[in-house]
Ligand binder design. Sequence first.
Ligand code: PMV
Length: 316
Amino acid sequence: MKSMKKTRSSAPGKLMLFGEHAVVYGHPCIVTAVDQRINAEVELIGGDEVEVIAPSIKFSVAINKIDILQAPKEVKFVLAAVRIFAKKHGINKGLKITTISAFASSFGFGSSSAVTVAVIHGLHELFEIKVTKKELFEMCYQAVLDVQGVGSGFDLAAAIWGGTLLFVTGGKKIEPLAIENLPISVIFTGVKADTVTLVKQVSELRDRHPKIVDGIFKQIGAVVLSAQVALANSDWNQLSELMNINQGLLESLGVSTPLIHRVSDEAKEVGATGIKLSGAGGGDCLVALGELKGQRKFDVLEIGLQAAGVRSEKYE
Ligand code: PMV
């Protein structure tokens, strides 16, 4: 169908630095945006169909008949984003949405959250509707909850605000942190983690041992607040210790794995002073401090941290 108008928005992925899991229960976490972006082109077309063109699939559905449960998993977040926007602004026009990712979803950089943010941002640009960061967050958070039912929304905040943030679940607190330098290495374990399963696993552990698990969450919250100070002071010794403590607490929640242990030991052998898993656990990436020298048995990803939040891109 003939294109009438088009916009392009891009949003960054994220890396959790401190506080995963405890953040779901009201404690703060620290997250940074990575310079790996997802682009969403949003186009007005005739009729009332939403056509989604994702890297691995094409899918279309009438805008007022979007059914997230029935939709293929590759397009669920895009459709949830369209549905939220359409409902809020009473729009039922035909749309074509093309998503282009700079990174593989296997790294755990938050491709679903970045795509949700890029689509809702692009739709606002397309219909020339002003939106604040907080309003954008609320809409995106609802879209993510519609698809996966759980999550703190930290990844959405990173995709919207960019930089490095102190974040509390549901966006109760979103505080940009002024950090000059973040000499953190990102190590890929080679295994994709399943966030929703791990969040449920921790919730079941908490059901069985509520006092103990809440105590661990509280300690993780304290680590996060100390890490905030250490980051502001560029105190890498302190931060290394806090990373190792945070990793120990995550291990006690049962979300670390023999693979994460092995890669952490290998990184320590070549110079890592502090290392922890990043995100839900089970795999994905590790974050490490200290200069990694010599031969490495693991993959270090060359990515920039503290990337810019969602923005409009020029459309050629
Ligand atoms: O697996 P990731 O990178 O999406 O991180 C999940 C972090 C949790 O705290 C476990 C869940 C959440 O939504 O905050």
